[in-house]
Ligand binder design. Structure first.
Ligand SMILES: [Mg+2]
Length: 306
């Protein structure tokens, strides 16, 4: 585990560092409080810190208070190192935000078990955070394509409509659907169908602006949300996407697939998020029109203005 130690007394510092290194820990060593504070503010700083109470510049108590104000994730575990051993002092230390304390001069065995307990808590916190991040990702993303899922892309649409309404900016919405997708599945099997979906998703993502959002709306249907995008720009985007699929086949182990997409485009200005359903309805209608007119084309569903 990476541990930060801050101790101004050179002998104690060396002793502490030698012990911790001996037990396999990686150290960031500071000789005063100010130095420690700078290290703690760096990204990726150790989440276990051992602070001497009495130090020039910034003492361990002040440091503890400042660390607690940061509200970092994951939690920083603080062990105070102190020559003070009265109950009042210890209470002060814990109230400043320390998790544990060790009284100097310390016994290596005591240091060892305290560090072990601290390591366990820091590790647990990190594991928990990772699990949380993973479940948040899974809750908002489509497992097959890695795109936003239907729930998440609708959330983004609502948010962008509200923002567009506030800032009086247009928002464009594109509904895109892979043509004859069922035929790909029926002819080559679902694994190939999945691969086509993945690569389609990948290409859509790469061809959009970084602040555009694309989600898997249904089976082979994608919803694209383009903030600050006028009608003409949105039509250009859809046309560019359509052209890319027409010109570049999707390649996989089964060979080369000429996949085409149909698009329905709608532009909205001055409409709040309560109109999301109506907007999707219009984009859907335009998409069906594109399908009926022969597929592999872009149809405009109109402008929705306040
Ligand atoms: Mg000291």
């Amino acid at each position: 585990m990476r541990i930060l130690i801050a101790e101004d007394d050179i002998i104690t510092r060396r002793l502490l560092a030698a012990q911790l290194k001996n037990w396999g820990h990686e150290l960031v060593v500071c000789s005063d409080g100010q130095q420690a504070w700078e290290q703690i503010n760096r990204t990726g700083s150790p989440k276990l810190v051992v602070l001497d109470w009495m130090m020039p510049g910034m003492d361990g108590l002040t440091l503890s208070r400042e660390i607690r104000k940061l509200e970092t994730k994951p939690y920083t575990y603080i062990i105070l190192l102190t020559a003070r051993s009265s109950k009042e002092d210890i209470v002060d230390g814990m109230e400043a935000g320390a998790d544990d304390y060790i009284i100097k001069p310390f016994e290596p065995q005591e240091l060892r078990v305290r560090i072990r307990a601290a390591t366990r808590i820091v590790q647990l916190q990190e594991d928990l955070l990772k699990a949380l991040e993973k479940s948040e990702f899974q809750a908002s993303h489509d497992a097959l394509t890695g795109l936003w899922n239907r729930y998440a892309i609708l959330g983004i649409l609502h948010r962008e409509l509200a923002r567009g309404f506030r800032e009086m900016n247009p928002v464009s919405v594109i509904m895109a659907d892979i043509d004859h997708f069922k035929k790909i599945n029926d002819t080559y099997g679902h694994l190939t169908g999945d691969e086509v979906l993945r690569q389609t998703a990948n290409r859509l993502t790469h061809l959009l602006r970084p602040y555009d959002a694309v989600g898997r709306y249904g089976g082979e249907e994608f919803l694209l949300v383009l903030p600050s995008c006028s009608t003409q720009e949105a039509l250009n985007v859809a046309e560019r996407l359509r052209g890319s699929f027409q010109e570049n086949p999707i390649n996989n182990v089964e060979g080369s697939f000429n996949v085409s997409l149909s698009f329905g485009v709608v532009m909205v200005r001055g409409k709040d998020s309560q109109d999301a359903d109506a907007i999707i309805g219009l984009a859907d209608e335009a998409l069906y029109k594109a399908k009926n007119l022969g597929r592999n084309r872009v149809e405009f569903g109109g402008e929705l203005l306040s």
